[in-house]
Design a protein around this ligand. Structure first.
Ligand SMILES: CC(C)(COP(=O)(O)OP(=O)(O)OC[C@H]1O[C@@H](n2cnc3c(N)ncnc32)[C@H](O)[C@@H]1OP(=O)(O)O)[C@@H](O)C(=O)NCCC(=O)NCCS
Length: 240
C-alpha cells in the first residue's frame, strides 16, 4: 500500500515523530508499522484505524484508551518485519530480533542475563551462539514489555505473577518471543493469512518454517500478527 495512504491513519503525535526521523527508510518503516498496527486493531475492534486513541504508560508503552481497554496489544519492529501481539484481559509483551552477527554477545549477556543464561551462551557452539543470544534477548525484552516497564525497570516485585515466555520464528533469520501470564506451547499456535484489509482469513498449522506475513493465533484469547514491509519484498499477502 502506498505510504501516502497510510499517513492519514496516524495520530498527530505519531505523524510528528515520523516527520522527525532522519532517514526516509526509517520513516517509511515507522509509518507502516503504526498504520499496520491501527489496521490490525481496527479489524478486531470494529472501528476505523484513524479513530483509535492510544494512551501511554510511564515508560512509553502504548495501550488503548479506557473505552476500548478489553484488548491489550504490543508492537515490535526488527528490520523489515513488525509483529503485533493482541491479548484479551491480560497484558502481553512481544519482541522480535533479526539474528545478526555481533562480536560482543558474551559481554552483553554478562551485563543483561542471569549467570546460567550467560554460561549457556558462552558454552554454545560458535554456530549456535548467536541464536542462543537472540533467544535470551527477545525473552528479556518481551518480559520487560509485557507490563510496560521497559528494559530500565525490568525487575518485577516478587508478588507479581510470573510470565510465561514462548518463542517462534516469524521468518527465517528472525526470532520472536511473546510474554504473557498464560500462553499455550508454540506447537499449538495457528498461523492465519491476512487479506488486504489485514483480516485473518485462512488457517494454517504452525510449522518450524514460517510462511510469510500472517497471524499466529493462540487458542481463544491471544494473537500474534506479523507484518512484512513492502520494500520491494514480495510474498505474503499482508503488505502494508
Ligand atoms: C520498550 C523497549 C524495551 C523497546 O525496545 P526495542 O527493541 O527498541 O523496540 P521494539 O521494536 O521491540 O518495540 C517498540 C515498540 O514497543 C512499544 N513500546 C514503547 N515503550 C514500551 C514499553 N515501555 N513497554 C512496552 N512496549 C513499549 C511501542 O509500540 C514501540 O513502538 P514504536 O517505537 O514504533 O512507537 C525499550 O525501548 C525500553 O526499554 N523503553 C523504556 C525506556 C524507559 O524506561 N523510559 C523511562 C522514561 S525515561
Amino acid at each position: 500500500m502506498p505510504l501516502a495512504r497510510l499517513w492519514p491513519l496516524l495520530s498527530s503525535r505519531e505523524a510528528e515523530r515520523a516527520a522527525k526521523l532522519g532517514f526516509d527508510h526509517h520513516r517509511a518503516r515507522y509509518v507502516r508499522a503504526q498504520a499496520g498496527l491501527r489496521m490490525i486493531l481496527s479489524g478486531y475492534l470494529g472501528i476505523e484505524p484513524e479513530a483509535i486513541g492510544f494512551q501511554y504508560g510511564e515508560a512509553g508503552k502504548p495501550f488503548l484508551e479506557d473505552t476500548l481497554s478489553c484488548l491489550e496489544f504490543n508492537l515490535t519492529n526488527s528490520g523489515d518485519l513488525a509483529l503485533v501481539a493482541l491479548s484479551t484481559g491480560v497484558p502481553v509483551g512481544v519482541d522480535c530480533e533479526q539474528i545478526r552477527d555481533r562480536w560482543d554477545v558474551v559481554a552483553i549477556a554478562d551485563r543483561m542475563f542471569t549467570p546460567e543464561q550467560t554460561a549457556r551462551i558462552a558454552s554454545a557452539a560458535p554456530e549456535d551462539r548467536l541464536r542462543q543470544f537472540h533467544i535470551a534477548w527477545t525473552a528479556l525484552e518481551a518480559e520487560a514489555k509485557a507490563d510496560g516497564r521497559g528494559l530500565l525497570g525490568r525487575h518485577r516485585p516478587a508478588a507479581q505473577a510470573a510470565l510465561r515466555i514462548e518463542h517462534c520464528v516469524p521468518e527465517p533469520g528472525f526470532v520472536a518471543a511473546v510474554a504473557r501470564e498464560r500462553l499455550p506451547p508454540v506447537g499449538d499456535w495457528i498461523t492465519m493469512t491476512l487479506d488486504a484489509g489485514l483480516y485473518p482469513v485462512t488457517h494454517k498449522s504452525f510449522g518450524a518454517i514460517h510462511i510469510g506475513a500472517g497471524v499466529y493465533k493462540f487458542p481463544f484469547d491471544c494473537i500474534l500478527a506479523t507484518m512484512r514491509y513492502a520494500f520491494g519484498v514480495t510474498g505474503g499477502r499482508c503488505r502494508i
